[in-house]
Design a protein around this ligand. Sequence first.
Ligand SMILES: NC(=O)C1=CN([C@@H]2O[C@H](COP(=O)(O)OP(=O)(O)OC[C@H]3O[C@@H](n4cnc5c(N)ncnc54)[C@H](O)[C@@H]3O)[C@@H](O)[C@H]2O)C=CC1
Ligand SMILES: O=C(O)C1=N[C@H](C(=O)O)C[C@H](O)C1
Length: 269
Amino acid sequence: MTTRIAIAGAAGRMGRHLIEAAHKAEGTRPTVALEAPGHPSLGNDAGVLAGVGELGVPVADDLAAQADDFDVLIDFTLPEVTLAHVRACHAIGRAIVIGTTGLTDEQKQELAEVARDIPVVFAPNMSVGVNLCLKLLDMAARVLGDEVDIEVIEAHHRHKIDAPSGTALRMGEVVAEALGRDLKECAVYGREGRTGERDRRTIGFETIRAGDIVGEHTVMFAGEGERVEITHKASSRMTFAGGAVRAAAWLAGRPAGLYDMQDVLGLKE
Ligand SMILES: NC(=O)C1=CN([C@@H]2O[C@H](COP(=O)(O)OP(=O)(O)OC[C@H]3O[C@@H](n4cnc5c(N)ncnc54)[C@H](O)[C@@H]3O)[C@@H](O)[C@H]2O)C=CC1
Ligand SMILES: O=C(O)C1=N[C@H](C(=O)O)C[C@H](O)C1
């Protein structure tokens, strides 16, 4: 059975890759492409926009009007836009895959409530490699324990609007959970001035924004005499887009619930 995919943020950096990935993957096809009201791409063909040739899918700005034309919405936009799409999918009973980062705790709470009624995949990073790293981080934190200083370093392109990245925060959460810490209490975001000595129970975050870096994350576990670093480097957005399309195909027909990429990839015990 073919899963019909709607893509929100179709003209964006991720949106164009999502159109290509949904078009090229077996068992999925892009049938709806959404952009912001007034966006210059409205009315243009989504396939032409993505560089894969005409698909007969014009970019539009009204999700509800196309409710019958898709099975799963993939949304990589902005937190407030994502929440509006979550509410719309709830109203029409459609599944949604969310890649947008930077959601507030309140927005995440609303998402969790809606996921009681519709299937939702929500993950800050859809790549197989990052999700493997999350497993490795859990193991590293448990083995190295409180004997090491832990720092999360991430680098992204100059257009990224949220910091630290959703992936860096998830990495920090995984490490904190493994060590029985609460990330909200132990996170330190950047340092300046006379900081005093480092408290070993903190988890530090450093953010780089520069040029066209697609996405790089390193978690450093630094002890006396040795250090372990777990690094992931994305060199193409297709790695995220392919994961999101895989998640959409996996989600179609699932029961309501809040899932993540670890569920999609079968990485949960
Ligand atoms: N989970 C993952 O694997 C990944 C997540 N991301 C996240 O995805 C999000 C988007 O990233 P980019 O594509 O780089 O941003 P972008 O700014 O290039 O694209 C966002 C698009 O959403 C559109 N948009 C705004 N309002 C809209 C509306 N009402 N309806 C439909 N579309 C609307 C914008 O016009 C824009 O084209 C960010 O939060 C980023 O962190 C990015 C890459 C991978
Ligand atoms: O904005 C991006 O580009 C990315 N955002 C995600 C994040 O915030 O973790 C994932 C990826 O690293 C690219």
